[in-house]
Design a protein around this ligand. Structure first.
Ligand code: 13P
Length: 249
């Protein structure tokens, strides 16, 4: 069975209410390939989740950018996975490199978060990726394997996980991975899944690329055999996001 292309828009910590309404209007008016061909998920900051969910066309879905690692309670400032379910938010992005680097989220912590989010019924876009230093020292494959292993050890099924390969050096830098660089790591990740989680998981799990994806580079990246979609940052706040969705065709 083919893997359905999936395009995520990570809005990060951006947007006023007016900005959000404008982006949603652009998305709602866009002519894009049918939902049979591409799944679209946009991820606004927590405070805008309900607004976006209420206004957004029904064939596009909404994701949170994070959630708490366990059941909610006395965890000031956190938002629990149950709360997202209660709001009708189907997806959550976990393990983004900005959270790993700036907030100290370890591989194990991300693995625990993924497992907990799945356990309450959320679908997860789980992010992995190496720094420039790690790439230059030749440890890319080992780094992404360790990040993926920490998730694999905690989950019993990959059915509701999308793996996002986001090289840190490509995020927000305009320095996109070449199609060959992306394909090479996606292939390695799929091979890792095959060897450690089984052939079915490897064949069915979508592996998407993130890091300076744009309207100009999405076509050639999207035709790589192991690239099953994108996680888009900056360009997801612009009309250009529609062109990236269309790369699914
Ligand atoms: O971090 C990203 C998506 O999660 C990618 O961000 P940019 O597309 O802005 O490089």
């Amino acid at each position: 069975m083919g893997r359905k292309f999936i395009v995520g828009g990570n809005w990060k910590c951006n947007g006023t209410v007016d900005d959000v309404k404008k982006i949603v209007t652009i998305l709602n008016e866009a002519e894009v390939p049918s939902g049979e061909i591409v799944e679209v998920v946009v991820s606004p900051p927590y405070v805008h989740l309900t607004l976006v969910k209420g206004l957004l066309r029904s064939d596009f879905q909404v994701a949170a950018q994070n959630c708490w690692v366990r059941k909610g309670g006395a965890f000031t400032g956190e938002v629990s996975a149950e709360m997202l379910v209660n709001l009708g938010i189907p997806w959550v992005i976990l393990g983004h490199s900005e959270r790993r680097a700036l907030l100290g989220e370890s591989n194990e912590f991300v693995g625990d978060k993924v497992a907990y989010a799945l356990s309450v019924g959320l679908k997860v876009i789980a992010c992995v990726g190496e720094t420039l230093e790690q790439r230059e020292s030749g440890s890319t494959a080992a780094v992404v394997a360790a990040q993926t292993k920490a998730i694999a050890e905690k989950v019993s099924s990959w059915e509701n996980i999308v793996l996002a390969y986001e090289p840190v050096w490509a995020i927000g830098t305009g320095k996109v991975a070449s199609p060959e660089q992306a394909q090479e790591v996606h292939f390695e990740l799929r091979k890792w899944l095959q060897e450690n989680c089984g052939a079915d998981v490897a064949a069915s799990t979508r592996i998407i690329y993130g890091g300076s994806v744009s309207g100009a580079n999405c076509q050639v990246l999207g035709t790589q055999p192991d690239v099953d979609g994108f996680l888009v940052g900056g360009a997801s706040l612009k009309p250009e996001f529609i062109d990236i969705i269309k790369a699914a065709n």
